[in-house]
Design a protein around this ligand. Structure first.
Ligand SMILES: NC(=O)c1ccc[n+]([C@@H]2O[C@H](COP(=O)([O-])OP(=O)(O)OC[C@H]3O[C@@H](n4cnc5c(N)ncnc54)[C@H](OP(=O)(O)O)[C@@H]3O)[C@@H](O)[C@H]2O)c1
Length: 287
């Protein structure tokens, strides 16, 4: 469990509502006030402060203004962690994301700038601050494996290649975005009928990104880098979809990979509710 003798610094992005908010709520319950320092990431400081008030403003929880789609905001947040919180992080939970917009190049560019590049660039900035034995958790979705299941074998092989580089993954992402403008999604090997196509490809890319980061970084400081699906939860991202579960269960799914002893987890892999999930598969989306 996280509660340990040494104080930990934990950042949750997009934590002013939904699953991120529930993660912070649970972290507060898990740790005595002086144990963990919890940074509640929010792109809008007012929304973050309102969330903090809802949590009764515990002394160990602080708002951190962070728009993950803005390099400037990432730069400022990194400096704030250095100047105010000791410049070290134990756990980074990349939770912020947006949901499906229309099938258009502008929408796809916006969605990838938050859901994929937001994680990639933030990780590049914050990895140097992650302490020995720290964890980086990238929140993905079961939509990722499903969209790859419905894609061509060639795309499946590329996304899951054990030699995939960051540049190659960026190229896959950029080719996908361009193909929307040129109406060549299908030629590229994606299934245009896949549900929430753009969102799902952002999440497939996050799962691949996690594998690359695990290969590149884990040796350095014994850092564990994992992707996780919170399951189908009632939040704004899916317009509070009927039949979905309370976001506190999504928080549990994410906190499982934060709290489970590292020898019980496979670095770089994808989890939901404590179960290892495949990178490609016809997974039940609504679990
Ligand atoms: N809910 C589900 O069924 C489900 C299923 C699978 C995966 N997920 C994943 O779970 C994570 C949490 O989603 P959720 O369901 O809790 O959605 P949510 O309620 O819509 O919360 C999303 C959070 O991300 C923040 N955000 C959006 N763009 C941002 C940006 N540019 N910079 C920083 N923060 C930003 C939002 O801030 P604002 O309030 O300012 O917009 C909000 O705090 C996401 O990664 C999502 O893809 C959710």
């Amino acid at each position: 469990m996280l509660a340990s003798s040494q104080p930990r610094v934990i950042l949750v992005t997009g934590a002013n509502k939904g699953i991120g908010f529930e993660i912070v709520k649970k972290l507060i319950k898990e740790s005595p006030p002086n144990n963990n320092v919890i940074l509640l990431g929010c792109r809008d400081l007012k929304r973050g402060q309102d969330a903090l008030i809802q949590l009764c403003s515990p002394p160990n929880v602080h708002c951190l203004q962070l728009d993950v789609s803005s390099r400037e905001s990432i730069f400022h947040a990194t400096n704030e962690i250095k100047s105010k919180y000791g410049g070290q992080l134990d756990v980074l939970i990349n939770n912020a994301a947006i949901g499906e917009l229309e099938l258009a190049v502008d929408s796809a560019t916006e969605m990838f700038s938050i859901n994929y590049y937001g994680i990639k660039i933030l990780n590049e900035h914050l990895f140097p601050l992650i302490r020995e034995n720290g964890r980086v958790i990238n929140v993905a979705s079961a939509c990722g494996p499903i969209v790859l299941y419905e894609a061509s074998e060639s795309l499946q092989n590329q996304y899951t290649s054990s030699t995939l580089t960051l540049q190659q993954l960026d190229d896959l992402v950029e080719d996908f975005i361009s193909s929307i403008g040129t109406h060549s999604i299908e030629q590229l090997g994606y299934n245009p009928k896949s549900l929430y196509l753009i969102y799902s490809v952002t999440k497939a890319a996050v799962i691949s990104l996690t594998q690359i980061e695990a290969r590149q970084w884990s040796g350095a400081k014994h850092v564990l880098i994992l992707s996780v699906c919170p399951g189908f939860c009632t939040t704004d991202i899916n317009k509070n979809a009927p039949g979905s579960r309370h976001p506190e269960f999504g928080a549990d799914s994410i906190l499982y990979v934060v709290n489970t002893p590292r020898n019980e987890l496979k670095n770089g892999c994808f989890y939901r509710d404590g179960q290892l999930l495949p990178q490609i598969g016809r997974i039940n989306r609504e679990n």
